[in-house]
Design a protein around this ligand. Structure first.
Ligand SMILES: [Zn+2]
Length: 471
């Protein structure tokens, strides 16, 4: 309870984390305290540390610190610990010995895993990264506290299938595999079942088995990952499950579909995909299908609306609890969705056309329509969707911040969310993978985004819409 109470009392914004590969208290003393003290003193805070050694997995050692940083925190700590916070805290550090080591002090629970679980429950997101099995943070560095966030889109499952990987826990060169989203402090990652086009099918390690078998295969990869790594990762089909998972220190993965062609004009199929756990449906990708037409440079194509089935399907999806995703859809299709939807809909990974002339991006009118229905649009990190230069190869934090700022100015704070498109994009990315998301959020803070805004962008807006539509 001590851990949990302390995390609650200190408040997340007063905590940050220092990580190190140090394995002895001597190394801690030499390695960690100097940079920690410097960092704290720079901010004008006294230095009190709270430490726990992560030895639960047995395959690596690392120390994690929660640090309380101002007088109010110190008073809180006194309330929790009694008169001598420093004494207790240093004892706690001593306690972080070998697993199972006997320590002769009744104050300790000796239940190390239990204590970690309490930290997570009190301050989930902050400590989730500890549970990663990787020695990903070998060497020391000071990081921002991971901020719980939702990412509305990535193509990691498709990358796994395309390259023959059995699961998505850890993949060479992947941007949003589970180990990376855990490190980044993610709370909910949408894993898309992306439907490949004929050109792409040629690159696969195995022949394309047809849409239905392919969807099953990606679903299997997802579920296999959940089974193999249930200590850190869990599937979620609604927001209640996301919350339970977070309280247990687990990141949630939820399935979405990018291109509804496999629905093949059947309401039954929509319900079938819902039964599989798919909760977000991108109506089209870049080809026409039973729902409608894709975004296009061709004006006539772009003005085409939903098909008769697409229009009818809207209410079926809303009744089923399948969130409608308009990223990639034609402008005509967008306006049909906006007119017909009674619930909020989303653009999972779309940017603003006022800053980026690509037809994938949304005009200000579209942003206002989406926002007025309570919807959200996820910030896409792909270089070609960021600026006026459609051939841009670089995705900079400055451009990303401008894109975010614009949608907030036009649609209001409530419409802004994150949809990285990781593992579906290339180029030179300043934030190249999910484990770097804490750096991204900190950079946004430095560029003037308030804590209140970031909470909405990272989590609250997505939570609101998903709870409303999916349950
Ligand atoms: Zn896409």
């Amino acid at each position: 309870m001590v851990f949990r109470k302390m995390a609650e009392e200190l408040g997340k914004e007063n905590l940050f984390r220092i990580e190190s590969a140090a394995t002895s208290s001597e190394e801690i003393g030499n390695d960690i305290y100097p940079p920690m003290k410097t960092a704290l003193q720079k901010r004008g805070y006294p230095c009190y540390a709270h430490a726990a050694r992560q030895t639960v997995r047995g395959d690596y050692d690392r120390w994690d610190y929660l640090i309380g940083m101002d007088d109010e925190n110190i008073r809180s700590m006194r309330r929790i610990y009694g008169a001598d916070p420093e004494g207790k805290i240093s004892m706690l550090m001593d306690w972080a010995g070998e697993p199972g080591e006997e320590i002769d002090d009744p104050w300790y629970t000796r239940d190390f895993a239990g204590a970690l679980a309490q930290i997570e429950a009190g301050c989930s997101g902050l400590m989730k990264a500890c549970m990663s099995r990787q020695k990903a943070f070998a060497g020391k560095r000071i990081t921002a506290v991971p901020r719980p966030y939702a990412d509305l889109h990535c193509d990691t499952l498709y990358t796994a299938w395309r390259t023959g990987a059995a699961d998505i826990f850890q993949m060479d060169g992947a941007m949003a595999d589970v180990s990376k989203i855990v490190q980044g402090g993610c709370r909910l990652q949408l894993y898309a079942i992306f439907m490949p086009s004929p050109e792409e099918k040629r690159e696969f390690v195995h022949p394309y088995p047809g849409d239905d078998a392919y969807i099953d295969a990606l679903h299997d990869i997802f579920m296999h990952t959940v089974q193999q790594h249930q200590d850190v990762f869990a599937a979620a089909k609604n927001m209640q499950e996301v919350e339970c998972n977070a309280a247990a220190g687990k990141v949630s993965g939820m399935l979405s579909m990018e291109d509804g062609r496999a629905v093949a004009g059947s309401f039954e199929k929509i319900r079938h995909f819902h039964d599989m756990g798919i909760r977000v449906m991108g109506l089209t990708w870049n080809h026409a299908n039973c729902f409608g037409y894709p975004n296009s440079q061709d004006r006539k194509e772009m003005q085409k609306g939903l098909t008769a089935f697409g229009k009818e399907a809207i209410s079926c999806m809303e009744e089923t609890g399948m969130l409608i995703d308009v990223s990639h859809l034609s402008d005509g299709g967008f306006w049909d969705v906006a007119r017909l939807c009674r619930r909020p809909f989303i653009a999972s990974h779309s940017n603003c056309r006022a800053l980026n002339p690509h037809p994938r991006s949304m005009t200000d009118e579209m942003i206002r329509a989406l926002a007025s229905g309570g919807g959200i649009m996820g910030l896409n990190f792909c270089p070609i969707f960021l600026s006026r230069n459609l051939k841009q190869r670089k995705s900079s934090i400055d451009d990303l911040a401008r894109q975010l700022r614009h949608r907030i100015r036009v649609g209001g704070l409530e419409c802004a969310a994150v949809g990285t498109d990781f593992d579906g994009i290339g180029g030179e990315l300043e934030i190249p993978s999910a484990d770097r998301m804490p750096d991204f959020f900190e950079a946004l803070e430095q560029r003037g985004f308030s804590s209140y805004e970031l909470e909405h962008i990272c989590w609250l807006n997505t939570e609101r819409v998903f709870r409303d539509v999916i349950g």
